[in-house]
Design a protein around this ligand. Sequence first.
Ligand code: C5P
Length: 208
Amino acid sequence: MSLIIAIDGPAASGKGTLARRLAVRYGLRHLDTGLTYRAVGHALLADGKPLDDEALALEAARGIDPGALDRTVLSQHSVGEAASKVAVMPRVRQVLVEKQRAFAAAPPGAVLDGRDIGTVVCPDAAVKLYVTAGAEVRATRRYREIVDGGGTADYAAILADIERRDARDMGRADSPLKPAADAHLLDTSEMDIEAAFRAAKAIIDDRI
Ligand code: C5P
């Protein structure tokens, strides 16, 4: 049987880094499901197509291969914005969720991170984590990431962007971001990645 670990949380909560490390630790594959929505947004942007046409977005979604997504191309800010727009479309979600489930089910199992993994994609996951941190903490982390990488960043703009993304992800009708009833909450506001990893490992080791 495949081991599935579901990790949900808002933008810049640190869930992606955590998911990658946990996948290595437990010998599982990893899927950042945000990349599947980003790939749809990117396909539309690249072809100069509108982001609010569900039929076009659906066609793009059908062409996505979750095992072959290029993070560098998809990490751009404009692609993230496009992703959160197509992610409100129920038929697009349906197509991507099926692909995510197939990825998760293949042996030996996987760590999936996103917004609706514990609630919709893998409701029977062995372990569910909901990783969160205050909006200011998340904005500061993203700011530092950019500045430490040699770039320039505007803290107020980053915070506004995170708050807008939270509102869209938590407020949508289909699969809004929220903890599953049986998820373990992990507030990383006061933790660095090492502490978050140790806390997550303790929860997982207790359950498997
Ligand atoms: O996590 P990331 O910023 O890459 O996700 C981009 C967008 O994709 C999110 O803002 C969200 O709207 C959407 N998403 C989603 N469900 C997931 C993962 C991402 O709706 N499981």
